[in-house]
Each structure stands twice: as C-alpha cells, then as structure tokens.
Design a protein around this ligand. Structure first.
Ligand code: PLI
Length: 476
C-alpha cells in the first residue's frame, strides 16, 4: 500500500549553550509600566518585558565562534588585526574593495549623506527608512518614494514589494534632472514596507536606468541576506544559486553600500560603509575620523569587528537564513489562523500587523498602531513597535503630520533568540487583543521630540486626557 510521504520540518541549525532567564509579570504590573512609559514601548525598561520583539537590531544571539572571536580582539588604536579580517570579508561577501567601519548603521548613513548630498538634491528610494531619511534631510536633501504602489497596500501579495517603480524614477529624473539626484537608494527587505524584498530583475533595470543617466546607485544592505533568500525562493532562475552568490551578484550593481551590522551580521553593535568608488572612500575615510574614530576602528572595539567578520561568514549559511525567515513565517501563519490582519507576504525579519484593519474604530489622529503595541504589551508583556504615523513624523517643510498608508505594528524577531513556544505565546496574546479589539481606546501625543519622535514621544489614552481636562476646568 502506497503511503503518503510524511511532511519533513525544518529546525534551527544550532542548540542552546547559554540561557538568559525571562520574567513574567502581572497585568497590573504591565499596565503601570506602560503608563509610566507614556504608552511608548521604546520607553519601557527591559526588565518589565517578557518576550522582546521590539527589534532585530543588535538583539541577536552570537555563536560560540563569534564569542571566541571576541577573545582575540586586538585593541590597538590603529591597524587592529580584526580590522583586516573584516576588510577582507567585506571584499569577499559584498565585493567592495574599500570600506570604513562605523559604530552602527546610522553613522554610515550620516557619512554617506554628508559626502554625496548637496542642499537641494533629491534621493529617490524604495520607501523611506527613519534614520536614512533624516540624515538625507539633515544634509539638505529630499527623499522621494519611488517604490511600487503595491508596497503601500498591506493585503497585496506581490512577491517583490521592495521593487522600484521605474516609471516613477524616470519621471523624477525628467522633472528635476539627473544632476539634482545625489544617488538612488535601494534597501534590501524593505523595513517600512513590511520586510519586503526587491527582485534581481528590478535591480538590474534600476541599475541600467541609473547608468544611462550617470546617477549613482547605493544599497542599504542592512538586511541583504534576507532579500537574497527571497530571490532564491521566489525569482525564476535563482533557485540553484547560493545565498553568498546572490548577495555578490546584487552588490555588483551598486556603487557602494552601508550596513547596520546589528541585523544580518548577528552582532550587538557595528556598521559598515563600503564602496568601489575610490573618491567617495577617501572622503569617508577622512570624515570617519571626525565623527566615529580612526578609519581602522570607526567607533568599535577590535573584538566587535572580529564578531562582525565571523558573523558575515555565518549570515550567508543557508541553514541560518532559512531558519530565520521561516521562523518569522511560522508566526505569521499562526496569526492568520486567528484571522489577525497582517501585511502580505509575510516579511523577512518581522510580522507586521495591520493596525488600521484591526482597529478601524480609531481615527489616524489617535495612532492605532501605537495604541495596538501598547495593548499587546499590557496583555502579555510582549514588546512590539509602532511603524506608522508616529514613525513617519512630520513633513519638514509644512510641519504637518505625515499619515502613511501603512499603519503597522512590527513583531520583530531577533536572530537565534526565541523558540517556537515563545512565538505561540506571542500569537495567543495578539489573538486575544484582536478578539477584544472593540474595547481598545486610542492615544493622544503629549510630548514630541524634534527628531525621530517615535523613540521618545509620550502618549496618554484619549479618555484619560478628557477626564484630566475636565478636572482642570473644574478646579479653575
Ligand atoms: O540602527 P542602526 O543605526 O544600526 O541602523 C540604521 C538602519 C538603517 N537601515 C535600515 C533598513 C534599518 O532597519 C536600520 C535600523 N533599524 C532598526 C533599528 C530597526 O529596528 O529596524
């Protein structure tokens, strides 16, 4: 009798050697904590968090090899051995001959923005990222979103929502002229679109258009390996190529790149600015001394650079990247079973909840995503992050709030940190908030910092605000 083949699962390509205890808290404790944090999950103390899905940035578990590498840190001020190891691996994996280390991704963004952008320039990109756009604006530039329309539609299952719309890019070139475009910026697995990749074919076409007009093309390679994995899985002709091979091919289209090493490279701190352009490199090597440290350490310890160099070797291992992306997918699939609205397709580093679809009774001015993140924390101690109007900030010219079409909450998975059971607990909490969604009340912003407001803004429930105003009026 023929039997149906048994489904074979994937599993993490590691076992756990060191553990860090987690602490569960009561609902009362969490309600007090989130109130004290101004309903902003960034302002919670980590000790009050049970499962931390705020970010995958610098929150990764390093391997035994990486920890061993930390012990051979060469802490020389100049010419550390670890710098040369890292330099060799930047050339090997990203194919860039010139590089400077930086303390993290935004430091590299700062340098490249200062080097390439003149006041009045434009920087088209496949959707904005918070720190990237701010550094472009601080350098006098204007970011222009040239991502495809599908990227802004949460339910649209387009497999490459990180693609650039070539018509939008061509129209911008016609409108402002190629000379006014400092560079085109493309990010891998686009964060604000829900962790969505671009295709190799789209990259090829963007590169051809840039070349035709003599415009530089730069790569935010922070999550390039996830993008490479999606190309391998989804794009015809790439299924048999290795992750390292796909990464190399992607990078070959770019003039240079920056990386927040706190993601793909599975370390806790670090950044990279790398290029094949000698002139840009000379400027970066000089500027890094002003803002970061000498060009052979860039604000890092030797041991940090060693962990990065080894992390690079691990990031392209198929088993690692598959486990990473499939863990996120598992979470998304479980949420779908409960009918929770999530961004489709499921992203590479995170599951993004569609807060507007989940809380349609809240107007945008009451920040549905901020509200939802606070509600999930209060329910279970799971910490997530708002990725909507609060993150989007204000238009620098008009000062008005920008309300992006995507109003999302991000459940972000640190690499090699949590197990399937943690995901199940998370899913059940989100499902519980979803089941009781009509009871969720909106928020009002009570404090707003000037830059990157999502990190430090404070909020109050709208109802509490009304009560407080009434009490003040009575006291008068
Ligand atoms: O956090 P940094 O400064 O190491 O990197 C800035 C940065 C640049 N590009 C992209 C695509 C990012 O996602 C990014 C940082 N992301 C954070 C912190 C996150 O939670 O997604």
């Amino acid at each position: 009798m023929a039997t149906k083949p048994i489904k074979r699962s994937w599993a993490e390509p590691f076992k756990i050697k060191v553990v860090e205890p987690l602490v569960e808290t009561t609902r009362r404790h969490r309600e007090k904590a989130i109130r004290a944090a101004g309903y902003n999950t960034f302002l919670l103390a980590s000790r009050d968090v049970y499962i931390d899905l705020l970010t995958d940035s610098g929150t990764n578990a390093m391997s035994d090899r990486q920890w061993a590498g930390m012990m051979v840190g060469d802490e020389a001020y100049a010419g550390s051995e670890n710098f040369y190891h890292l330099e060799a691996n930047v050339a090997r994996f990203y194919g860039m001959p010139f590089f400077v280390p930086t303390h993290q991704g935004r430091a590299a963004e700062h340098l490249i923005s200062r080097i390439l952008i003149k006041p009045g320039d434009y920087i088209p990109g496949n959707m904005y990222f918070t720190t990237t756009r701010l550094h472009q604006e601080l350098a006098g530039g204007t970011f222009v979103d040239v991502s495809i329309d599908a990227a802004h539609e949460p339910a649209n299952p387009h497999p490459f929502k990180g693609n650039v719309d070539l018509d939008k890019l061509a129209a911008l070139i016609r409108k402002v002229g190629a000379k006014k475009i400092a560079y085109v910026s493309m990010a891998g697995t686009v964060n604000m679109a829900g962790g969505q990749p671009f295709s190799m074919e789209n990259l090829r076409q963007v590169a051809a258009l840039c070349q035709k007009h003599g415009i530089r093309l730069w790569f935010d390679a922070t999550r390039a390996c996830e993008n490479a994995f999606f190309i391998q899985e989804r794009e015809a002709g790439w299924g048999r190529h290795s992750i390292a091979g796909i990464l190399h091919t992607m990078c070959a289209y770019f003039d240079g790149l920056w990386v927040s090493a706190k993601k793909d490279l599975m370390v806790n701190i670090g950044g990279i600015l790398a290029t094949r352009d000698r002139e840009v490199f000379e400027k970066a090597r000089n500027l890094v001394v002003v803002y970061e440290g000498l060009h052979t350490y860039g604000g890092l310890a030797g041991r940090d650079m060693e962990a990065m160099a080894i992390g690079m070797e691990e990031m392209v291992a198929y088993e690692n990247i598959r486990a990473r992306v499939k863990q996120v997918e598992y979470c998304g699939r479980q949420l779908e079973k409960y009918g929770v609205p999530i961004v489709q397709p499921i992203g590479g580093h995170a599951v993004f909840l569609d807060a507007q679809a989940m809380l349609p009774h809240l107007p945008r001015e009451q920040f549905p995503a901020q509200t939802l993140a606070a509600a999930i924390y209060a329910d279970s101690g799971v910490r997530s992050m708002e990725r909507g109007a609060v993150s989007s900030g204000r238009d620098p010219r008009t000062g008005k709030n920008i309300y992006p079409r995507l109003e999302l909450v991000r459940l972000t998975f640190p690499r090699r940190v949590y197990t399937q059971a943690h995901i199940d607990v998370t899913v059940e909490s989100v499902a519980n908030v979803h089941a009781n969604r009509e009871r969720v009340r909106g928020l009002k912003m009570t404090y707003e910092p000037q830059y990157l407001r999502f990190f430090q803004a404070r909020f109050e429930p709208v109802a509490a605000m009304r009560k407080r105003r009434a009490a003040t009026a009575r006291a008068r």
